[in-house]
Design a protein around this ligand. Structure first.
Ligand code: GDP
Ligand code: IMO
Ligand code: MG
Length: 433
């Protein structure tokens, strides 16, 4: 029996939600460990679509425990709406099936106001954030002025912290960002209401996970965003504000690294990116349009069109190394049906040289030209395929080539958005390292 981490191996939106939902069958507990409602994880079960932003993607299986770990930043308003929506559809009916870490930080109205105002002021140089206040909330956490759930539960602490923060943020909002000041009483009353509704879920989740694991329960850790959006290892500064890599699982849950037995990287069979920042294999012509149309590449959180390009093995190899990825789930292979040739980027050229490793320099990334290797395509639709041997020969070759370049086993191929539209090669819960 193993505990498994699911990590985005590209720039997010790889299909983590679908894979977490699928693997929840074999898990007892599903845990988010970083990010916030910048995430949009899509689950399709029997043709019905659910998008989750904060509640772990195990919510559509009765009897499982969903945990929001200490590394997550939580917008209580969004969380309450999500819980209500799930309940309306017959999920999460038992309040005991959701737990929130008392150490998780709250996203406050000033975080959203600062995030959005800064983006406006950046103009052309914008990061293209989701505007959900994620960056400013993590800034406050690191600056040691953040408000955690445990602080919200203690009225005096909450008042004191909120008063001090509002005073400081209002100066910044007015003088620097030219925004309106925020009102203490309004925010205090709103958040006191959230406290009443959410307190039943708040607990010491690190301790809870330890007890459950000792009792033999299997844990599935659900990453948000992707490795190339990691604040340390991604295309900085065009990244999110948390550690999205497998190393973030421990700090974001309070579970030691020795309890993570398998790390499954999720990657599309091509590449997408939302927001600004370098993207060497990006396609600006009709092929990019076909990927966008066939893959329905529009953000699950903001609805923005996703930029599309060929599979970038340099980027995914970087993810494999940094997260210690033990197996890869390759999603959206069905979207590539119909292309005569399918290129794979195997190296970058910049500064007049070939490079097989991902550069830290943003200037190098921005000027990197992809070195492409062409594979033959296939014409038959894949969505009904359930066994690897039933995939067209060229689709099999494409998957095997990616495996070889990355020196990493593909354990699953996804051929459609539905839970069922999956070719399973190896169950990570059955392999213990
Ligand atoms: P996440 O953020 O990593 O969970 O991914 P998103 O949900 O933001 O984006 C992935 C999109 O691709 C969603 O609309 C999924 O329903 C869809 N999807 C996932 N796997 C497949 C697949 O194998 N084929 C197709 N066509 N769509 C898929
Ligand atoms: P999931 O979990 C794709 C991107 C934003 C922006 C950058 C910083 O669904 O894969 P932020 O609001 O986090 O400060 O924005 O990161 N971004 C994502 N892109 N999928 C996501 O999440 C993302 N979360 C953030 O578009 O470029
Ligand atoms: Mg998404």
């Amino acid at each position: 029996m193993a505990n498994v981490a699911i990590i985005g191996a590209q720039w997010g939106d790889e299909g983590k939600g679908k894979i977490v939902d699928l693997f929840t069958h074999d898990a007892d507990i599903i845990v988010r460990f970083q990010g916030g409602n910048n995430a949009g994880h899509t689950l399709v079960v029997d043709g019905k679509k659910t998008v989750l932003h904060l509640v772990p993607s195990g919510a559509l299986h009765p009897g499982k425990l969903c945990v929001i770990g200490n590394g997550v930043v939580v917008d209580p308003e969004v969380l309450l709406k999500e819980i209500a929506g799930l309940k309306q559809n017959g999920w999460l009916l038992d309040d005991a099936s959701l737990r929130i870490s008392e150490e998780a930080h709250l996203i406050m109205p000033y975080h959203k106001a600062i995030d959005q105002a800064r983006e406006r002021l950046r103009g052309e140089g914008m990061i293209g954030t989701t505007g959900r206040g994620i960056g400013p909330a993590y800034e406050d956490k690191v600056a040691r002025i953040g408000i955690r759930f445990i602080d919200l539960l203690e009225e005096e602490t909450f008042q004191e912290k909120l008063r001090r923060n509002i005073e400081e943020k209002n100066i910044y909002l007015k003088a620097i960002l030219k925004e309106k000041a925020l009102d203490f009483d309004k925010i205090h009353d709103r958040y006191s209401g959230y406290r009443e509704k959410l307190k039943t879920y708040v607990t010491d989740t690190g301790l809870l996970l330890d007890r459950e694991m000792r009792a033999g329960k299997r844990v599935l850790f659900e990453g948000a965003q992707g490795t190339l959006l990691d604040v340390d290892h991604g295309t900085y500064p065009f990244v999110t504000s948390s550690n999205t890599v497998a190393g973030g699982v421990s700090s974001g849950t309070g579970v030691g690294p020795r309890h993570i037995h398998q790390v499954i990287g999720i990657s599309k069979a091509y590449t997408t990116r939302v927001g600004s920042g370098p993207f060497p294999t990006e396609l600006h012509g009709s092929e990019g349009e076909i990927l966008k149309r066939e893959g329905i590449e529009f953000g699950a959180t903001t609805g923005r069109p996703r930029r599309c390009g060929w599979f970038d093995a340099v980027a995914v190899r970087h993810a494999v190394r940094i997260s210690g990825i033990t197996g890869l789930a390759l999603t959206k292979l069905d979207v590539l049906t119909g292309f005569k040739k399918i290129p794979i980027c195997v190296a970058y050229r910049y500064d007049g040289k070939l490079h097989e490793e991902f550069p830290a320099s943003i200037r190098a990334m921005q000027s990197a030209q992809p070195i492409l290797e062409e594979m033959d395509g296939w014409d038959t639709p894949l969505t009904a395929v359930r066994r690897f041997s039933d995939l067209p020969a060229n689709a099999q070759k494409y998957v095997r080539r990616i495996e070889k370049i990355l020196e990493t086993e593909v354990i699953l191929v996804s051929v459609g958005p539905d839970r069922e539209q999956t070719v399973m090669l190896k169950n990570p819960f059955e392999a213990r390292q």
